[in-house]
Design a protein around this ligand. Sequence first.
Ligand code: 6PG
Length: 240
Amino acid sequence: MTPEHAPIRCHDSPESLDADVLEMFLDLAARSIDARGRFRVSLSGGSTPRRLYRSIAKADLDWQRIEWFWGDERNVPPDHGDSNFRMVREALLDPAGIAMSQCHPIAVRVDEPEIAAAQYDAELRRIWGREVDLPDWDLVLLGMGDDAHTASLFPHTTALGETERWFVANWVEKFSAYRYTLTPPAINSGREIWFLIAGADKRESLARVLGDEINPSLYPAQLIRPSQYFVTRDALADAT
Ligand code: 6PG
């Protein structure tokens, strides 16, 4: 186990994990808004974050000051069942009544993913301003797959090595499809970066990510420098 990995907040159940993340989310949002007048969040897809989004939708937040972004997306229309935008819209945006003016979804172009990714990259740079090197997200939420991918940074894919662009289209052979994703530098520039990892199916991949074998091509989550891991106990190998 790499001795310097980020703190791990371990929970006996997904519900306990969600409650912990929600409490810290609300505190971070208040502090970010106090400090900078805004709370810019990069959202993750997946089933683990979806539970959290449903809880956030019921919370008492300074909603006008929060801006919602997507850290990755599938190459499907926004009303498709696999769309991360649709998942967030159903779990959070609609229930909380969040105006689309607060939201920055990826404008997917199924037949021209490289163009769509370049347009999102340009939109992020416009929002942050030309003088900024990287986006200082107030919070980046991330899940992790059982193959140690995070966002849409999958093992052995081109996006793992991207050092200049903030956002790219990434061909994923195992799906024979493009995905859209923030790049490692544009994730690691976040002020807070939280992994939400639940379930015994993540045990092996999390052990690898935290282990002594440093191989980010195989374990892309190792490319990320998180500030916090939120995990369920069944996802954590012994003696971690
Ligand atoms: C996606 C996510 C992806 C997800 C992991 C974990 O678009 O699917 O961004 O990186 O976070 O696959 O997903 P679960 O939490 O559902 O296991």
